[in-house]
Design a protein. Structure first.
Length: 713
């Protein structure tokens, strides 16, 4: 095979960078087909031609068996294939339906028959085994049939991950994440999960959790690996969801659907107190459409999907009724609008080159309840969120030889979240009600990520080796207008006495303990350049020691340059220096070895698997923002005396000059009571590390039934 000079130069340049700089890579959003070809005596067959043909696009991938009779086809798009084995003096063996799945290796051992009357031997029975006989990974796969056939409340495909044993919903932890799905795997923190789409990072490095959603009709399938995933996957001590989007095919195919939930059919929420006599209104309309087909038959294809959700909901709120001195319960609107879209094109530029392009966007706005420190909030304690997300991705898969495949990918995603109160503040914290506007908003976070990765796979003897590298440049910023409108801590819900002696009993007679407000109420906390660079690399060896024994051995290394605010140590408040021990430096020892085994029975109906591995979580840039923002200077909080400090305990009236609800921030400053405090990153802080020990079995008593049990420590 001829390889162009430009290809060689680019490859050489990349590997020079790889060897001189510690980089890392995610496992490509692709599948692997491997196996061993033997004759009827069990002897290895060398030089057998293996051809895998995609049934959707008619593209072909070829290789041949080596001296050990072993073959591997890497970097294949997930989907259904026809697989042929061709050898001199043997009948051609044809597997008419082999389904390859994202992130997985499908083992297909072949024993051709000596050529006789028949020139071909066709095997119609699906050749995708139910039992994993190739690795120790504990994972689950959500196929296209699940995605298309199972009902989803809200149509977020990640909810299907809850069908996998060991996965549970995790609580949302941030005001920017009210509409996202967060998954906790094997008891780990859901915030640390890793979501990749077509191999690209889809995670919020600012506060954690997933970034954008994509249309359900655009998801072909996804794998969620909860334990013992390969060294090609990282940045998570919890789980990795490996999502692959749909591509076009030689046939035009599409769908249109709408989903309506009318208020007349809405049942009362089970948590609603029926004695309140409230009937919360809720309706939802979702419209989805997808279409794909060929641009040039057998050469180029396109696919697109779009979805829009309009939702009218309500939140339970409280209102002070001064006439009856009681808190009246009611409902306030909580609407949501969400537009998501994905377009993708694939181009088989040559027999050796496959190019993929994808663009996704999400435009979402909603109104929801603010974070509460009391049992209930008022209608003004709602916030409006505005999320904009865009991503462009490119991947180039290059067949370098019959046994070597390289995949290079690049993506850029841009995210902006803006949260504002539905009306101005300040926050009024009554004993029984939170009123006014939350002191935590307005706030805005922004993130832009550039990601480059490269993975090379090759077969040597009975080994299938993968090595790769990745670089991420994350530019983030925080724009926080917190504490600008202030917070007022009240002692009573309703006034009971004319304490300011103006002849009326009203809210200016309420007792106030303290007030809190920024010392610079017109100056926002602007933290630009909360940036980080992520480097890592990995090497993985899947060694088929015997037909019944496979060993998986890998090593991953990861490095973050500035999640500990290393670049701004000289800007720290001198007050904190006595509390910092040692010198602050990057966490450079994140080596993550992994080893696993799989012992399978003849015929692949039973397997015993297990392993051990070290896995590192990412540190969110929110940690850096806390040290930079809450350093005692950037956001000084003035705690002022409330009118309780001006109260004559004998007469029960306020002294002259006492602050009231009309002028709450006029009391004297309480020295040393700055509520913002000072946050410090420990100099020895490291990326969280998790060690996994696993042991499990799989048994398939019949062709379409499998039992599985895994122990995880």
């Amino acid at each position: 095979m001829r390889i162009g000079l430009s290809t060689i130069s680019a490859s050489c340049l990349f590997w020079v960078l790889f060897l001189t700089t510690p980089l890392a890579a995610q496992q490509p959003a692709a599948a692997v087909l491997s196996g061993r070809v033997t004759d009827q005596t069990g002897a290895a067959m060398t030089g057998v031609k293996i051809v895998a043909r995609s049934k959707a696009t008619e593209t072909r991938s070829e290789t041949s068996t080596n001296d050990s009779g072993f073959y591997a086809l890497s970097g294949l798009p997930a989907g259904e294939y026809e697989v042929r084995a061709q050898a001199a003096n043997f009948a051609e063996t044809i597997y008419e339906s082999v389904v390859l799945q994202v992130g997985r290796t499908t083992a297909l051992d072949i024993t051709p028959r000596v050529k006789g009357v028949a020139e071909q031997l066709s095997i119609v029975e699906p050749a995708t085994p139910l039992v994993n006989t190739t690795s120790g990974v504990i994972d689950g796969l959500i196929s296209s049939s699940f995605i298309e056939g199972l009902p989803l409340n809200g149509r977020n495909y990640l909810e299907l991950a809850l069908l996998i044993p060991g996965n549970t919903p995790a609580p949302n932890f941030d005001p920017t994440k009210t509409g996202t799905v967060v998954i906790s795997s094997a008891g780990q923190l859901g915030r640390g999960g890793n979501i990749t789409i077509d191999g690209g990072d889809n995670n919020d490095d600012v506060v954690g959790g997933p970034l954008n959603n994509i249309p359900q009709d655009a998801v072909q399938e996804f794998q969620i690996a909860t334990n013992q995933f390969s060294a090609g996957l990282g940045r998570s001590g919890s789980s990795v969801a490996n999502v692959v989007t749909k591509s076009g095919s030689n046939a035009v195919h599409g769908a249109f659907s709408f989903f309506l939930r009318d208020d007349a059919l809405q049942a009362l929420p089970p948590t609603l107190d029926r004695s309140l006599g409230l009937d919360p209104s809720f309706d939802r309309q979702q419209y989805a459409a997808s279409l794909g087909g060929p641009i040039v038959k057998d050469k180029a294809w396109w696919f697109g999907a779009v979805e829009f959700r309009n939702q009218d909901g309500a939140v339970l709120v409280g209102e002070r009724n001064t006439a009856t001195a009681s808190i009246t319960r009611g409902l306030a609107p909580a609407p949501l609008n969400d537009l998501i879209a994905t377009v993708r094109s694939d181009w088989q530029a040559s027999a050796q080159d496959l190019l993929t392009f994808r663009y996704s966007l999400q435009l979402e706005d909603d109104v929801s309840a603010s974070t509460l420190a009391r049992a209930i909030g008022s209608a003004s304690q709602r916030q409006s969120s505005d999320n904009h997300f865009h991503v462009g991705a490119f991947a180039w898969t290059r067949v370098l030889s019959a046994r070597t495949v390289n995949r290079f990918s690049f993506s850029e995603n841009n995210f902006r979240n803006r949260i504002t109160p539905v009306q101005p503040g300040p926050q009024l914290t009554f004993p029984s009600l939170q009123d006014g506007a939350s002191f935590r908003v307005p706030q805005e976070t922004r993130q832009n990520r550039l990601q480059f990765s490269d993975t090379i796979s090759w077969a040597v003897g009975r080994h299938r080796l993968d090595a790769g590298a990745e670089f991420q440049k994350i530019d983030a910023a925080f724009f926080l207008e917190v504490f600008q409108q202030g917070r007022i801590e009240l002692v009573q819900d309703f006034p009971d006495f004319d304490r300011n002696q103006d002849g009326r009993v009203n809210d200016d007679d309420l007792l106030i303990a303290v007030t809190l407000r920024s010392a610079f109420p017109t100056r926002p906390l602007d933290l630009p350049d909360a940036d980080n660079k992520h480097f890592a690399f990995f090497i993985q060896d899947n060694f088929r020691v015997k037909p019944w024994l496979t060993l998986s051995m890998g090593l991953r290394y990861e490095l973050d340059t500035d999640v500990k605010n290393v670049s701004r140590v000289d800007e720290l408040n001198p007050l904190i220096l006595p509390f910092l021990k040692g010198e602050r430096h990057r966490d450079k020892n994140n080596f993550a070895p992994r080893v696993a085994f799989n012992i399978s029975s003849e015929g692949g109906r039973f397997s015993l698997r297990g392993g051990y591995g070290i896995f590192y979580d990412r540190i969110t840039l929110e940690i850096e923002s806390l040290e930079r923002g809450l350093d005692g200077r950037a956001l000084p909080i003035e705690v002022r005396a409330g009118n309780t400090f001006f109260l004559d305990t004998t007469s029960g009236v306020f002294a002259p000059g006492a602050p009231t609800l009309s002028s709450p921030f006029t009391g004297f400053i309480l020295p040393g009571a700055g509520a913002g405090g000072i946050n410090i990153i420990d100099n020895s802080m490291q990326n969280p590390m998790v060690q996994h020990f696993t042991l499990g079995v799989q048994w398939s008593p019949t062709r379409d039934f499998v039992l599985r049990a895994d122990g995880v420590h």
